[in-house]
Design a protein around this ligand. Structure first.
Ligand SMILES: [Zn+2]
Ligand SMILES: [Zn+2]
Length: 343
């Protein structure tokens, strides 16, 4: 996105040219549109850019008290002073159960465990997956079950705290890590989302571990919020988890629990509330952290949009600018954001 400044200058130059002499309007129009397309907006009609859809707080599942939303003043990353929704979420999605994560025995079926994400694929963490881990990862250190086939699983909040730690000790090698909802009943998470999203001329990399190597990552690490108040979080550090010979499965909804963040998603599997669209467009699943709409990866016919920008966003006449999340196996929802975010 280094070319944005140049592109902008070019657009202004072209616009000036159009005012001065309109004999070449059509060709200038084309050039202008190409530049805008390069910036990730859609299909060459600048009119699309004027549609900005406000966050609809009524889409969130607030009736059982697991999510509360208030309007607060906020300042965005581009200096905009505006109002944001402050979303306070308990670790208790109203629309689905949490878990299970770790199966108990290698004879257990897929209904007794969650999922794991590897190489872009989603795997059921059933007993057979655990039994097969040494082969799957080509490493005989994996032996996460005893002679009876019982799977070593964290059993207490202390275990959860210790085994889900980046510096996990050897005593937790070959443990399936699961932190239970009962450990985080008092935890709330707060997210600030601009009510009126403000598109920027260049994208922002995610902060935390979300940015590409070697590039500044100054933005938020969280990608967005589901209608049930659960965060679509930064990628799970699967290399660190596996490097410690632990497995921290996600449930079938793509979520798991840690003691600091509570319940959070690493994959959008279609379990949390989806808002079907009238035009076969992919269903809406929540809002990105910059206030733009967040939609499922695939439309009603199972296709991903072909015109997504680097962040996985595009523009249409119904929804304005919005994002489509990545495939569930990718351990990634979005690559970056194109809107200003609340500081
Ligand atoms: Zn996680
Ligand atoms: Zn779309």
């Amino acid at each position: 996105m280094k070319n944005n400044f140049k592109s902008l200058s070019l657009i202004f130059a072209l616009l000036t040219l159009m005012f001065v002499s309109c004999s070449s309007c059509s060709s200038d129009d084309e050039n202008t549109s190409d530049d805008i397309t390069d910036d990730g907006t859609d299909d060459g009609t600048t009119d699309d850019d004027t549609l900005v859809v406000d966050v609809d707080s009524e889409l969130f599942l607030t009736s059982d008290g697991s999510v509360t939303i208030t309007t607060v003043p906020c300042t965005l990353s581009d200096g905009t002073t505006t109002d944001c929704y402050q979303i306070v979420s308990k670790s208790a999605p109203a629309d689905h159960e949490m878990g299970p994560w770790c199966p108990e025995n290698i004879a257990d079926g897929a209904d007794k465990g969650g999922i794991w994400l590897e190489g872009g694929e989603v795997y059921d963490v059933d007993g057979a997956f655990v039994e097969n881990m040494a082969t799957f990862y080509g490493d005989n250190t994996w032996q996460m079950y005893d002679e009876n086939g019982d799977i070593y699983t964290t059993e207490t909040e202390d275990d959860c705290a210790n085994a889900a730690n980046p510096n996990v000790g050897e005593e937790y090698e070959n443990f399936c890590v699961e932190c239970l909802p009962s450990y985080v009943t008092d935890l709330t998470a707060t997210y600030l989302i601009p009510i009126t999203p403000v598109k920027q001329t260049s994208s922002t990399n995610f902060g935390g571990m979300g940015g590409p190597p070697g590039q500044a990552a100054t933005g938020p690490s969280q990608r967005g919020v589901a209608f049930n108040g659960t965060v679509f979080d930064a990628p799970a550090p699967t290399d660190a988890i596996l490097g410690a010979y632990t497995l921290a499965p996600f449930d079938d909804a793509g979520g798991h629990i840690n003691l600091n963040a509570g319940y959070h998603y690493h994959a959008a599997t279609g379990v949390s509330t989806q808002l079907a669209q009238d035009d076969d467009h992919a269903a809406m699943i929540g809002y990105a952290i910059d206030g733009f709409g967040l939609y499922a990866q695939l439309d009603a016919s199972g296709s991903e949009p072909t015109d997504l920008d680097d962040c996985r966003g595009h523009t249409d006449e119904v929804r304005g600018y919005h994002y489509h999340v990545d495939a569930p196996g990718s351990n990634n929802f979005l690559n970056c954001i194109n809107g200003a975010y609340a500081n």
